[in-house]
Every structure is written in structure tokens, then in C-alpha cells.
Write a protein that binds this ligand. Sequence first.
Ligand SMILES: NC(=O)c1ccc[n+]([C@@H]2O[C@H](COP(=O)([O-])OP(=O)(O)OC[C@H]3O[C@@H](n4cnc5c(N)ncnc54)[C@H](O)[C@@H]3O)[C@@H](O)[C@H]2O)c1
Ligand SMILES: O=C(O)C(=O)C[C@]1(C(=O)O)C=C[C@@H](O)C=C1
Length: 354
Amino acid sequence: MSAALPDAVVPGPVLVIGCGLIGTSVALALRELDVPVHLRDASASHVEIAASVGAGSPDPVDSPALVVVAVPPAAVVETARAALAEFPQAVVTDVASVKAPICAGVTDPRFVGGHPMAGKERSGPMAASGLLFEGRAWAIVPTADTDPDAVALVERVATSVGAVVRRMDAGSHDRAVALVSHVPHLVSALTAGLLTEAPTDDLALAGQGLRDVIRIAGSDRGLWVDIIGSNAGQVGDILDDLAARLDDLRAAVRAGDGSVAEHLDRGRDGVSRVPGKHGEHPTALAVVFVSIDDTPGELSRLFSDIGAAGVNIEDMRIDHELGRLVGVVEVVVRAAAADVLHTALIERGWAAFR
Ligand SMILES: NC(=O)c1ccc[n+]([C@@H]2O[C@H](COP(=O)([O-])OP(=O)(O)OC[C@H]3O[C@@H](n4cnc5c(N)ncnc54)[C@H](O)[C@@H]3O)[C@@H](O)[C@H]2O)c1
Ligand SMILES: O=C(O)C(=O)C[C@]1(C(=O)O)C=C[C@@H](O)C=C1
């Protein structure tokens, strides 16, 4: 075991069990902080890939200070209990998307339930990024019996990898994620499901609006069956509410009455209530679109020109135009900076538009 530095994030090595998207992302973020990380997974190839991208060592570890259990929700209780027994000195945490069944199933004071609110529609170690948690909420879900030092350690790890800690109880967590994650996922899947029988010519008209709604529907089926099944009560309650609103909307659309506008207004109000990055107040954002050649080096040239214009990128997306060797980069910036950026990019020769 490496010597513990007084100001180290973790006072010893970390073992990540489950080297998929989230486990490998945690490992990469910790490696950036020089924390020694060891990797374990039911799949030898996932360990091998995670190690090859610099997420840590595939070698066993004798006495980790922290074990991060990043396996699918249904496997967390058994894996966390086994880790607590195997490493009697270690704090054990998990990252699963549901908390009530896990916190009820693992009652050891050294276990701290956790859930980073960051992810992707892709699974596995190849999709991982050490920057995944930057500015994202990370729910920490202690129980009355959890050791406060264990909670402090897990919160320090979450904060050190860039996340914003939100301490809450398991029931409140599961109710909240049913609303902000699980039901939106199902709505995305239902919308995408409508496309399976659509004529190909109709799909050729798909723009960014559709892609925004269906991106998460491309996620791993097994993981989401597990997540929804583990939070069925809370998800079911919100689906009941949604079904009533859908009935109302359907009737309003057919009748052509004013309540369609009410549903749209309500939607706009909901959008404005979602906090921006770092959990701060919603910020007015705007998009500057930039057309770029699909050739090596173009993106880095664009980023450097955006940096030279003194504008911070809040978010970005790349969309490839059908049948053309160009991409459209959507650069999301603070609304107040959008005109400045637009002008600066045009001056530097970019095909930028708003
Ligand atoms: N995907 C997301 O967006 C997201 C976001 C936040 C949290 N989570 C949670 O993170 C956890 C992992 O999800 P992911 O997206 O990284 O999935 P993933 O499929 O990318 O990774 C899961 C990994 O766990 C391994 N595994 C499965 N069972 C195991 C076992 N019993 N022992 C050891 N390894 C085992 C798999 O081989 C795989 O490498 C889940 O609990 C999920 O709810 C996911
Ligand atoms: O961004 C995505 O792709 C996600 O699905 C991430 C997301 C979410 O709903 O926000 C999905 C499930 C996790 O438990 C946490 C994060």
C-alpha cells in the first residue's frame, strides 16, 4: 500500500469494482489526482481496456482505503457486502442509479450510498471520461448508522473529481431521480420507439430536436430494465401523472382548444427551473452554430479560436450533415457572449451562424 499523504484525497489505494462507463470514469478522474487505483470486473477484457486507457492497475490490492462499487444496481448489494467482508478497513461506496433497495440491503457503517448524476448513453470502459463528473451533482445517501468519517471520505472524493455533493436520504433520492432521470428516459424510449415503423424518407428529415429527445433511448437495455425495476414504485407514480396529462393533451389537440398552449407554457416553465452547471441558477444560454470540415485538427483550431475570443464553452455537440463531409458544431455559451463569439468566429473565417 502506498504511503498516505496528509493532504491526499484518499488515505490509500482505491479499488474500483465494475470497470464500465462509470467505474472507469471514476478511476480516470482519481488517477488524474495521483490516487493509486486498482481495477476489478467480472469481465477480464473490461479490466484490460480500463487499465490500457490509464484508469489504474489490474493487479490485486491488499488493503484499499476505499472501494467504489460500480456494477449494475441488481449486483450492488452482494458486491458491496463482499467488499466489506474482504476489506475490513475499507470504506465502501457505490454509484448506482437507485438507492433505497441498496441502502436497505447494505447496513454496515462503512458503507456510503452514492450516485453521480452524470452519464452517457454508451456503456463500457471505452466510453469513460475522467471529466464526466465535472460540475455534476453527486448524491450522497448516508443512513443514521453510517460512520461520519466514511461519509466525509466519499464526499471528498466526489468533490475532488469535480462534482457537487447533494446529501439526501434514499427515499427522497429515488423520488427525485424518478422525476429527473428515470421517467424522462422512458419518455425518450417511447418517442424513439415510434420511429421503428416510420418510412425511411420521413426519418431523413430528422433534425436536432428529435435527436435531443431520443439520445438517451440509445442506452443499454439491461441497465435500464434494472434501474426501472429497482425504482418501480416511484417511477409508476410519475407515469400515472404523465398518463393523465397525456390524455388531457391528446383531447386538447383533437379539440384544438387553448389548453395545448397551457401544456407548452408549463413545459417552458419546467425548463427554466432546471439549474445550470454547478447547480447554480439557470443561466440564459445561446447556441452559435459553426460549420467545420470533417478533417483532423479542425476542432482544435475552432476551440483555440473560441478561447482567443475569451468565451467560455458551456456545452457543445457535433452533428454531421447528411451526405456531406462537414459537421456542424453547436457551441453553447452564455447568451450575453453569443454575439461576441459569432462576430469573432466570422472574423477568423469560420462559417458561423446563430
Ligand atoms: N450509465 C449511466 O449513465 C450511469 C450514470 C450514473 C450511475 N450509473 C450507475 O453506475 C453503475 C454502472 O453503470 P455503467 O453505466 O457504468 O454500466 P457498464 O455496463 O458500463 O459497467 C458495468 C460494469 O460492471 C461489470 N459487472 C457487472 N456485474 C458485475 C459483478 N457482479 N462484479 C464485477 N463486475 C461486474 C460489467 O462487466 C461492466 O464492466 C450502475 O449501477 C448504474 O446504475 C450509471
Ligand atoms: O446523460 C445521460 O446519458 C444519462 O442518462 C445520465 C443519467 C441521467 O439521467 O441524467 C442517467 C442515469 C444515471 O443514473 C445518472 C445520469
